[in-house]
Design a binder for this molecule. Structure first.
Ligand code: ZN
Length: 381
């Protein structure tokens, strides 16, 4: 799930999103190749959320550490494939095999933090406050893991009932007794559960790391399913990948910044100004987008999403993304951009009405989106 504000025909879209549970999978786990992940300046806060009436599920620290290291490696492999180096989100480690998982114990029982009715928002607010009060915060990004509810509906073979979605820079996922790497990729009930809930964790974490939805374009078919599309239904089971557009956003995500990078992330509102924008369809085959932009913050990249209306909450799964690097220039110099998009790349989209979302990405991680309508039948030359 994802919540955002939208105004048409040309408008700014707040990057503050809300995303929710979907599904994912992939990955051939190669024998634990010990290629080191580059150290980062900031780390993801990882919190285990306990209602006052709950205890952690047995073995949580070992199980979740293995799963998070696997997820970290998956992101690093995808960043490398997309040309950004073997980089991933940083984690605070107790030792090379154990992630430092912060236990948060709420004053209220677990039933006060359900999946629906704002349960995740309440939990996230409490956790954020706690991290600051105790000086535990390592970055703006937080993953909260809830032990499954146990009732007539929810069991270790049917976990749920707890928040499972992205809330801005916070991602919510869940834990249950069989949430264990040993089941990943197995064609068994526990294996399928892993794909759903572990793929779900990897996908929701993506939202918590600034990523919107997108799916594979035609030429990416061999890579499988995009993690931020339906990859939570394939993760660990069938090929799953992270798109180049998602990697461009992760490249400017706080917890991916290399050690020593002193960028102050997410400061100020990004205000890109289009000096020129031209969108045309050439011969009914190619969408040509070009223009120039000035910006108050130094820009790092531009992601162009092509999407079918209606836009809005969780309606962006079929968006296709095309990315290009921009140069950091002063705020007065207009910077040109151009993208040529073969319509054959837009698999799975059917209508002739589309929206073009220009998502500008600042070096400090801020994003701002400008939306323009596009009609594929309208040939302008
Ligand atoms: Zn999602």
């Amino acid at each position: 799930m994802k919540i955002s504000r939208i105004f048409l025909p040309v408008l700014f879209l707040s990057a503050a999103g809300l995303s929710q549970a979907e599904a994912t999978v992939t990955v051939a786990a190669e024998a634990s190749a010990t290629k080191p992940i580059a150290p980062t300046e900031h780390q993801l806060n990882i919190v285990y959320f306990l209602g006052s009436d709950r205890e952690p599920i047995a073995g949580y620290e070992e199980r979740l550490s293995e799963l998070m290291l696997y997820t970290q490696k998956f992101y690093a492999e995808q960043m490398e494939r997309n040309g950004y180096g073997y980089r991933s989100f940083g984690m605070d480690m107790k030792n090379p095999e154990r992630v430092n998982i912060i236990i948060y114990r709420a004053d209220k029982p677990a039933s006060a933090y359900p999946y629906e009715n704002g349960g995740g928002w309440r939990a996230a607010q409490e956790v954020e406050k706690y991290l600051d009060a105790k000086g535990l915060r390592k970055s703006r990004h937080t993953l909260i893991i809830f032990p499954t509810i146990y009732d007539d509906k929810n069991t270790d073979m049917s976990p749920g009932g707890v928040p499972f979605y992205g809330l801005g820079k916070v991602a919510c996922a869940l834990d249950y007794a069989f949430f264990d790497l040993e089941h990943l990729g197995q064609n068994t009930p526990k294996g399928h559960l892993m794909t759903k809930w572990f793929g779900g964790l990897a996908h929701e974490l993506g939202h918590g790391l600034n990523l919107p939805h997108n799916m594979a374009v035609g030429s990416e078919a061999e890579l499988g399913t995009a993690l931020m599309g339906a990859g939570n239904y394939t993760f660990g089971m069938k090929p799953t990948f992270i798109t180049a557009g998602s990697s461009a956003l992760l490249d400017r995500c706080e917890v991916f910044a290399p050690k020593g990078d002193k960028t102050v992330f997410y400061q100020g509102r990004l205000e890109p100004k289009l000096e020129k924008l031209d969108i045309k369809v050439v011969d009914g085959k190619t969408i040509e987008i070009s223009g120039s932009v000035t910006s108050n913050l130094a820009l790092a990249a531009l992601n162009i999403y092509i999407e079918e209306p209606p836009l809005g909450v969780n309606r962006d799964y079929e968006a296709h993304v095309f990315t290009q690097k921009l140069k950091a220039v002063d705020s007065k110099t207009a910077q040109p951009f151009a993208q040529s998009i073969p319509i054959s790349e837009l698999v799975g989209q059917k209508s002739t009405e589309r929206a073009v979302r220009l998502c500008f990405i600042a070096e400090n991680g801020q994003q701002q989106t400008i939306i323009a309508p596009l009609n594929l039948e309208e040939k302008k030359d």
